[in-house]
Design a binder for this molecule. Sequence first.
Ligand code: PRX
Length: 657
Amino acid sequence: MSVAPEIENLLHETRRFAPSSEFVADAIAKPELYEKAKTDRLQFWAEQANELHWHKPFTQVLDWSNTPFAKWFHDGEINVSYNCLDRHVEAGWGKRVALFFEGEPGDSKVYTYLDLLIEVKKAANVLLKLGVQPGDRVAIYMPMIPEAIIAMQAVARVGAVHSVVFGGFSADSLAARIEDAEAKLVITADGGFRKGKASPLKPAVDEALSGGKCQTVENVLVVKRTGNDVDWTSGRDMWWHEELGAVETEHVAQGFNAEHPLFILYTSGTTGKPKGILHTTGGYLTQAGYTHRNVFDLHPGQDIYWCTADVGWITGHSYVAYGPLANGATQVIYEGTPDSPDWGRWWDIVQKYHVSILYTAPTAIRSFMKIGRSVTTHYDLSSIRVLGSVGEPINPEAWMWYRDVIGGNKAPIVDTWWQTETGAIMISPLPGITATKPGSAQVALPGIEMAVIDDDGNKVGAGHGGYLTITEPWPSMLRGIWGDPERYKETYWSRFEGKYFAGDGAKLDEDGDLWLLGRVDDVMNVSGHRLSTAEIESALVSHPFVAEAAVVGAKDETTGQAVVAFVILRRSHMDEIGSDADTSKILRDHVAKEIGPIAKPRTIFVVSELPKTRSGKIMRRLLRDVAEDRPIGDVTTLADTSVMDTITGRINAGAND
Ligand code: PRX
């Protein structure tokens, strides 16, 4: 695999930051972890699983006989919500703060573990009253407010399966996900606060359920957050607060089989149709808890942890709704955007709650870097002692800025690599053990086996690049794609015999540390969010103006990658079509409506042809050259080698201005 020259430079990174002796003395993760996992990997995972409360203990750790469908701890029974709440209250920690909620308008609310348990029990009783049975699917479409976590915990508590849909997705995206999972109930809110405004959510639910769509949905539970007027379908819609106020406060959690489904989370793949990634109970919670404790050096009762991810993404599942609560952590959640009312907002929150562990995405760090160091000047960030990064490669410059400006030059940075599919962190330094290296995610965690391999499936040596694969099953691995076991096998297990292929390229440096090189398939990573080229292309061609579309991810200083689209317009609509600039606006809005604002192309080029091979495959590599404004590469395999001249000629002539 070819490695870009800028990556080659990175590999000669010589800066190292060894943990301080104070940090080492008090660190949760000890070097023996690596040793133990090497000696007996399954015994190691059994020990991690036994950090949890089992309603019925397991006797077998892993059943891998039906590869690639793993079963972990499968004769055990467990309740996720009991582990996250009841057991901490029973251990006498009921008064410990579980959540500090900070609303965007400045309102705040505190939930102790006891408060949260009471709310979750009430919500569980509402679910039962509405006829939600173990295994039933519940869609959750909410802003980042405590009720989102309460809803997830309550669904898990009664053995139902949640499908959280990010609140930024459109009504159409929501409907597609509800239909695929055949959800019985939708939990939503009237809206949430974003960028200083009340942003409605309920209308999108109404639209998703209109016109005979989503027939499986029987009820909609609505949290009142903004107080804005909402349309109401009586018999179907119910206010969350009224329902929670009318049920018993007691609910006894029962154990479910360790392989009982816990949630589905849709993510973009290489086709136009998002995949419902399925996670189950015991293995998922084991690895979410283990990684959260060791990677972030979590000291429950002392640390204040803040992960800035929304519950609509996997990070908001594993490192907001489940991992931290399983560990009895005290965490902050924030509803709004980092720039409301100004770019100091996050740092104000860190100061207000004395946040000691901060977990965020490189795209956010780069946005702050653009503002400059003055962004933190008025705030005391001295409480911070561990920093985390997730979602995309973090460039060494951003890493150093994060360390220096946010971490006061002392807090270790953990660059955590993982995916919706892996369920929990797979590659990361361990603070207190690893000497960190700017820009590298470094090593697989104890208990995780990975390999960088070449086209033939052979391991590459130090100094070489290849495909990132996972060579042994892991507890929080996806158990399949909802409703499509064949697609699961084919997507992840068919490229290399017996290995899970993650879709990422990676390189090993001379020390054997891993450097992530980004996706090698047609998946883009925009601000740490996954988008598929095919999904955006199909949204574009669903507009009557568009005959053909090709989408590529182009490098972007802030968002990592940006969506760039090339479209051919339909001749039959030429009299309705205005200037290229107008068309571009119409199409960008159309994509926002079809998928959601995050998928809006940054740039749309109107072209008369697309570069294709003789077999008709679009050569995205060449379009990426155009999008990134560099000389066009080898065109000899094109069916018509003059196409690129036509495209660049039109763009350079300013036809798209
Ligand atoms: O390309 C990798 C990138 O994000 C992809 C997974 O996206 P998603 O399922 O949305 O989960 C994001 C949050 C876990 C990966 O295939 N990625 C994630 N973390 C990193 C990363 N790339 C480089 N470094 C990381 N730390």
